[in-house]
Design a protein around this ligand. Structure first.
Ligand SMILES: Nc1ncnc2c1ncn2[C@@H]1O[C@H](COP(=O)(O)OP(=O)(O)O)[C@@H](O)[C@H]1O
Ligand SMILES: [Mg+2]
Ligand SMILES: [Zn+2]
Length: 305
């Protein structure tokens, strides 16, 4: 293929795929289009992804549907499938913990003189661990009250009033704010607040670029929409070491996204590509399709286009 880097798969026959052969250029945004039922998901999730997992010696939990050959011509070293499923359901997962921003914030609080003279470490600034968290609600900030014949009631913890921490911890202030107040900041507010903290600001800027500036650092992950979860996963990917180049597969990443959100998603895509990654997405969204460098149209199940 005239020296161009690509991934080529031949002879895919799973479900309604009729001996499909495809060659995707690397370092580009490739889009797979086709009507519902054309086999986009069967191809992407059940054929190409398992085939690449096997190629890279990676577990993916499924056998995969049949194909003839897979060739990787180029320097990619990993494959990932990014979906819209939530990243964590526990009350301890939020954007700050997911992107490890919270580690930097806790280290910063522990480095303050007031924290040091009280022997407080980064551990004390976690709402998950015994030591700094409110023991009454175990750091949840709320309590479930059994109402016997009525549905359970969720009320703010009477000890910490929803702040999740012990008073001693809340008394430690950085630039006039305690750790609970920092968790309550939006990405936009936190970006301005942490001026001079380059590592932190870099991570927050990446969230900005993905259109997630309005999220609160401590917002429970279970409350994020599918599109928000997915963009947070992409941000996490962008923040990882850039020395390894990956092939990122996505099944209808723009599904359910507002027009402006699709624009932000494209910004993420461009950044991933600029960082050396490659993207293949099954997609209906016209905006994403129009921006693609390469398109593959799957024929409909009934043979029409
Ligand atoms: N695991 C499966 N077993 C059997 N048939 C399947 C399976 N997954 C999908 N199909 C069928 O394969 C066809 C293609 O489905 P799909 O790949 O989901 O289409 P698309 O993603 O393009 O809308 C459909 O007719 C679907 O019912
Ligand atoms: Mg599908
Ligand atoms: Zn409490």
């Amino acid at each position: 293929m005239n020296g161009e880097e690509n991934v080529t798969i031949t002879g895919c026959t799973g479900c309604n795929l009729r001996n499909l052969t495809a060659a995707f250029p690397l370092g580009k945004l490739c889009v797979i289009t086709g009507k519902n039922g054309a086999g986009k998901s069967v191809f992407l999730q059940q054929t190409l992804y398992p085939a690449l997992c096997r190629h890279f010696g990676k577990k993916c939990g499924t056998e995969g549907l049949p194909f003839e050959t897979l060739t990787v011509n180029g320097g990619i070293s990993d494959v990932v499938l990014i979906d819209q499923t939530p990243m964590g359901r526990s009350s301890s997962s939020n954007p700050a913990t997911y992107l490890k921003i919270f580690d930097d914030i806790r280290t910063l609080f522990a480095s303050l003189p007031d924290a040091k003279i009280r022997n407080m470490t980064a551990r004390h600034f976690s709402f998950n661990l015994a030591g700094g968290r409110c023991e009454h609600c175990k750091g949840d900030g709320s309590m479930v009250i059994d109402m016997q014949f009525l549905p359970d009631q969720i009320v703010p913890c009477p000890e910490c009033h929803g702040k999740r921490y012990r008073t001693e911890v809340l008394n430690i202030l950085y630039r006039g704010k305690n750790i609970a107040e920092v968790l309550d900041m939006t990405v936009r507010e936190a970006f301005l607040f942490f001026r001079g903290q380059n590592k932190l600001q870099q991570k927050l800027r990446q969230m900005f670029d993905a259109g997630l500036d309005y999220l609160r650092l401590g917002q429970n992950s279970a409350t994020l929409s599918g599109g928000e979860s997915q963009r947070l996963k992409l941000v996490s990917y962008l923040l990882q070491i850039r020395s390894s180049r990956s092939l990122i597969l996505m099944d209808e990443p723009a599904a359910g996204l507002h027009f402006a959100d699709a624009e932000q998603l494209l910004t993420c895509f461009r950044e991933l590509i600029a960082a050396g990654h490659s993207l293949i997405a099954a997609e209906h969204n016209q905006k994403i399709i129009a921006a693609a460098d390469y398109r593959l149209e799957l024929p409909s199940a009934d043979g029409s286009q």
